[in-house]
Design a protein around this ligand. Structure first.
Ligand SMILES: [Ca+2]
Ligand SMILES: [Ca+2]
Ligand SMILES: [Ca+2]
Length: 487
């Protein structure tokens, strides 16, 4: 295995020194890469000379590496649910394919005590069935189909089924680690699956259980990979570990003033292991979220890496985080394109710049004083929300160059249909009705192409977005983007 391939996985921190092949080789020689694979591990049968190291081997080694140059690892929350149903085999594969070293899944036992992947207590949100997982047999669960993305009653039903943990961890065997959320209470059943499938090194347990319980499990389950979850309520448990610390701590803080968010505390954790933060929503790492990171990484991932010593980030935006870790940008405006934030509608007020059917700002975001456009803050995404039929908004857009442009809208909705909009340029009649897609959740924003390209001249343009009065309308708009599609 050439060192350059090793260095490809755990990405260098933007702003820091890139991990070159030479540096990696030195690190490997010094301390990191000499330990033989454990018995029964992926790649463990490799002979000398050309060890067949898999991505899972590298992820395992990286996870145990807390050296000063350890890169930041990416965790795909519930798999890559932007491409396949959450907690599905396809989402696990897509998460690894998009560069995650770890995929997070949720484990529950069926009525006949088969560990399966399911986040909620019931199957209602994510499948075409109903009922509690604990009341359904594995055979009954096998007959269900998963809904797209994050599910919901109006999400499309896919061909994917509810996987067993055995199927899921086998799918990950050579690809990476699997963070076993909600699995601690059923850890014996989960451990049996790992042993039977030869995937002990792939499964990552986590808990915030009392230390005697953790020690008892780790003492009797050799090779178990474990991460301890700490917040202000159990911060003292770190010291209780003594010298026998786990390789990682998941740190949860809803306020930057929390004890566990103190630089000295985090530095101390970082000295002996990895520091893991979750950035999917507000409150896991204060307001350092995925969506804040997409606006400016310094508001999210960048701050967690630079100031909070993050070396593992769990995200709902795998591709954007990988882009940031490898290239330093999270959600770049494409070359030649122009982006306008939905909340930055034109000045001029009611009847001139916008029409909104209910008085005031119904959202929780920063609306303009005295104006009626509804602005929400969806975990860092500042968006126009409460969008209803007959409402309209106007924007000023500076087009950089003559050419044909397509308009894309970064929008979200759990409904199907979600709504339609029309675009009018410079006072001309509006174009055709553009349907907004069901993205399976209010907080699941997707950049959607209107597929209605227009020729625009270089310079300032007036864009009016209007919502058909006769159509169901319940969606959220983060930004509009004009992208060049030809001369
Ligand atoms: Ca309003
Ligand atoms: Ca409204
Ligand atoms: Ca926005």
């Amino acid at each position: 295995m050439p060192a350059s391939k090793i260095s490809r996985r755990a990405a260098a921190v933007p702003g820091g020194r890139p991990v070159t092949a030479a540096v990696t080789a030195v690190l490997c020689a010094a301390l990191l890469c000499t330990a033989p694979p454990a018995k029964g591990a992926p790649g463990g049968s490799a002979s000398q000379g050309a060890p067949a190291e898999t991505p899972a081997d590298r992820a395992h080694r990286d996870f145990l590496d807390h050296g000063p140059r350890a890169g930041v690892m990416t965790v795909a929350h519930r798999g890559q649910w932007r491409k396949a149903p959450e907690n599905s085999l396809a989402a696990i594969r897509a998460g690894f394919a998009d560069g995650a070293e770890i995929v997070e899944v949720d484990v529950r036992l069926t009525k006949d005590r088969v560990p399966v992947l399911m986040h909620d207590e019931t199957v209602d949100r994510t499948t075409n069935g109903t009922g509690r997982v604990a009341d359904l047999t594995h055979a009954q669960l096998s007959g269900l189909r998963l809904r797209a993305g994050l599910g919901g009653r109006q999400a499309a039903i896919t061909g994917e089924r509810v996987p067993t943990l055995a199927e899921a961890i086998r799918a990950a065997r050579t690809l990476g680690l699997v963070n076993l959320d909600r699995a601690w209470q059923d850890r014996e059943a989960v451990w049996r699956v790992l042993e039977e499938t030869g995937t002990v090194r792939n499964g990552l347990f986590k808990s915030r259980a009392p230390l005697p319980e953790v020690r008892a499990f780790l003492g009797s389950h050799r090779g178990a990979l474990y991460m301890h979850v700490v917040d202000d309520a159990n911060a003292a448990s770190v010291a209780e570990f003594g010298a026998a610390r786990p390789p990682a701590f998941e740190v949860v803080f809803d306020d930057v003033r929390d004890q566990v968010a103190a630089p000295a505390f985090l530095q101390e954790l970082r000295a002996t292991g990895r520091v893991w933060f979750n950035t999917m929503r507000n409150g896991f790492a204060a307001r350092f979220t995925d969506e804040a990171s997409l606006i400016d990484p310094a508001r999210g991932w960048g701050a967690l890496i630079a100031h909070y010593r993050a070396t593992v980030l769990q995200t709902d935006n795998v591709e954007a985080l990988r882009l940031y870790l490898t290239q330093g940008v999270a959600d770049p405006v494409p070359p030649g394109a122009v982006r306008v934030q939905a909340e930055d509608y034109a000045p001029g007020g009611r009847g001139r710049a916008y029409h909104d059917i209910d008085p005031g700002n119904r959202g929780d975001g920063p609306g303009r004083p005295g104006e009626d456009v509804d602005i929400c803050d969806h975990d860092g995404a500042v968006v126009v929300c409460w969008m209803r039929g007959s409402e309209w908004l106007t924007y000023g857009v500076d087009v950089p160059k003559d050419g044909r442009y397509t308009l894309k809208a970064r929008a979200s909705s759990p409904y199907a249909p979600a709504g339609t909009y029309r675009i009018a340029y410079d006072g001309a009649p509006p174009g055709r009705a553009v349907p907004v897609a069901n993205t399976t959740a209010h907080h699941a924003f997707v950049l959607q192409d209107s597929r209605d390209p227009r020729r625009l001249t270089r310079g300032h343009h007036h864009v009016r977005l209007s919502l058909d009065a006769g159509a169901f309308q319940n969606w959220n708009l983060d930004y509009l983007q004009l992208e060049p599609v030809g001369p």
